[in-house]
Design a protein around this ligand. Structure first.
Ligand code: SIN
Length: 479
């Protein structure tokens, strides 16, 4: 089934396709060209969306779980049938290499399939009663209309990781996609409509300035849940704003992932894992490793083999099948990478390979050593293709260095020692630990962080709980 995106006609999706009074341009990070002008929603569209979400929630929650499941399953089928076009759209709007974009569409569709199934397993409980004439139950009900804010680095998967469990649970859903990547989100809305999703259940409000849209929707007491993926800084603001109406909250925030390579690691096995973890999406994910700790005894051999593998990565046009690293998403992201390298060099770091800007928004995949804790790249997310290598002597030292951060999203280790694998994973203060696995993400596991990396979990049966409330019912029978 081929669909033409309504985005081309500057529509946004509400109770059907609507025109906004303004538009804004979407640029390709690979070429700098303007791809198209999209709807630029503001306070008026947000006010309208809140009312529509409230109305559509009243009928959507009355559908049986089986009816909702059927629509989600059709949505999944349509996503997979349109995988190539969705992948292309994503690559055009944010520069992800096309082979990764295809993978992301399958990952995104995986959430839809999982929650189509999970919709039918929202079970309640009965409790033994303390009095003979009473019967006690707990049931689960949808929390209500949801407001979601998603990032540009996963334009499809971060949408469905939130929308699929919310819609499966019976919530209506308003999405503000990232400013850079509304096209994937609008495409997903077209497929939701084609799958039979009722008008108003899923709304997409692209906007250049998210502030007025977020302020209206967060202040509205009818919106019962906020779910956000993005920086800790913005998450903190949205969390505070949501306190006013006591919304249920999920926050998937920044990370600063350590990767610990122990001396017993098989380097030929370990290096491809670390490379995938570090350089996927040009290093622009919250779970990409930011600090690679290598045992002193293998530092030299690791550095040599790792550098060889980095040099083999192909930087280029993200639409080419063999490209490993595309452009960074925008000038701001690009400047941050440059700034981190400059700061590290000024404080004594040494570049092993890379370290330089290429043309446009492209940056060389970089390996850097002689690292000290005061360097920006050791405390802030670089969000770019830069790998700092740091040596350590003991397990205790590695754990202490890995945990020395306010973040706690993902951490990784590589070892062949089973006892060490258990002990270190248990000691790491993180929501996700990859043991000999640099790519642990998949739709049916709990994804989320501790400390300042967020609240709540997405994925698996944990993900749908975030959109449900528990209601306790106490029933007295005639005595
Ligand atoms: C993220 O960067 O927030 C998501 C990465 C993933 O799902 O693997």
């Amino acid at each position: 089934m081929a669909l033409t995106t309504k985005a081309k006609e500057a529509f946004y999706y509400s109770d059907g396709w609507q025109k906004a009074s303004k538009t804004y341009p979407i640029h390709s990070p690979a070429t700098g060209e303007t791809l198209l002008e999209v709807a630029n929603c503001g306070a008026d569209e947000a006010t309208r969306a809140a009312a529509i979400a409230w109305d559509s929630f009243q009928s959507w929650k009355q559908k049986t779980a089986f009816e909702r499941s059927d629509i989600l399953m059709r949505w999944f089928d349509l996503m997979m049938a349109n995988q190539e076009e969705l992948a292309r759209t994503m690559t055009l709007e944010m520069g992800k290499p096309i082979k990764e974009s295809r993978g992301e569409v399958a990952y995104a569709a995986g959430f839809v399939k999982w929650y189509a199934e999970e919709a039918k397993r929202v079970y309640g409980e009965t409790m033994p009663a303390h009095l003979a004439h009473k019967r006690l139950f707990a049931i689960k009900q949808p929390v209500g209309p949801v407001y979601a804010v998603t990032p540009w680095n996963f334009p499809s998967a971060m949408v469905t990781r939130k929308a699929a469990p919310a819609l499966a649970a019976g919530c209506s859903f308003i999405l503000k996609p990232a400013e850079h990547t509304p096209l994937s989100a609008l495409y997903l809305a077209e497929l939701w409509e084609a799958a039979g999703g009722p008008p108003g259940t899923l709304q997409i409000l692209p906007c250049e300035n998210p502030v007025p849209v977020s302020e209206i929707l967060i202040a509205d007491p009818r919106i019962r849940k906020l779910t956000f993926t993005g920086s800790t800084e913005v998450g903190r603001i949205l969390y505070k704003q949501s306190a006013e109406t006591i919304k249920k909250i999920s926050l998937e925030l920044g990370g600063h992932a350590p990767y610990i390579i122990f001396e017993d690691a098989d380097l030929d096995e370990a290096i491809p894992e670390v490379i995938a973890c570090k350089y996927r999406n040009a290093g622009q994910t919250c779970v990409c490793t930011n600090r690679i700790y290598v045992h002193t005894s293998i530092m030299e051999s690791f550095t040599q083999k790792y550098t060889e593998a980095v040099k083999a990565l192909k930087v280029g046009d993200p639409l080419n099948d063999d490209t490993d690293i595309g452009p960074l998403v925008d000038q701001q992201g690009f400047e941050k990478v440059e700034e981190h390298i400059k700061d590290a060099l000024a404080k004594g770091a040494k570049i092993i390979t890379g370290g330089k800007a290429l043309s446009g928004l492209y940056f060389e995949p970089t390996v850097i050593t002689n690292i000290s804790d005061d360097m920006k790249l050791m405390s802030e997310e670089t969000f770019g293709p830069v790998a700092p290598l740091i040596s350590f002597e003991t397990d205790a030292e590695a754990i202490q260095m890995a945990n020395n951060t306010p973040f706690g999203l993902a951490a990784y280790l590589y070892t062949n020692d089973l006892s060490r694998a258990f002990k270190v994973s248990e000691a790491l203060e993180y929501g996700i630990v990859g043991v000999n696995d640099g790519l642990p993400s998949t739709p049916f596991v709990p994804f989320g962080g501790v400390k300042q990396s967020g609240l709540g979990r997405e994925g698996g049966h944990w993900g749908i709980e975030e959109y449900l409330e528990v209601k306790y019912i106490s029933m007295g029978l005639p005595k």
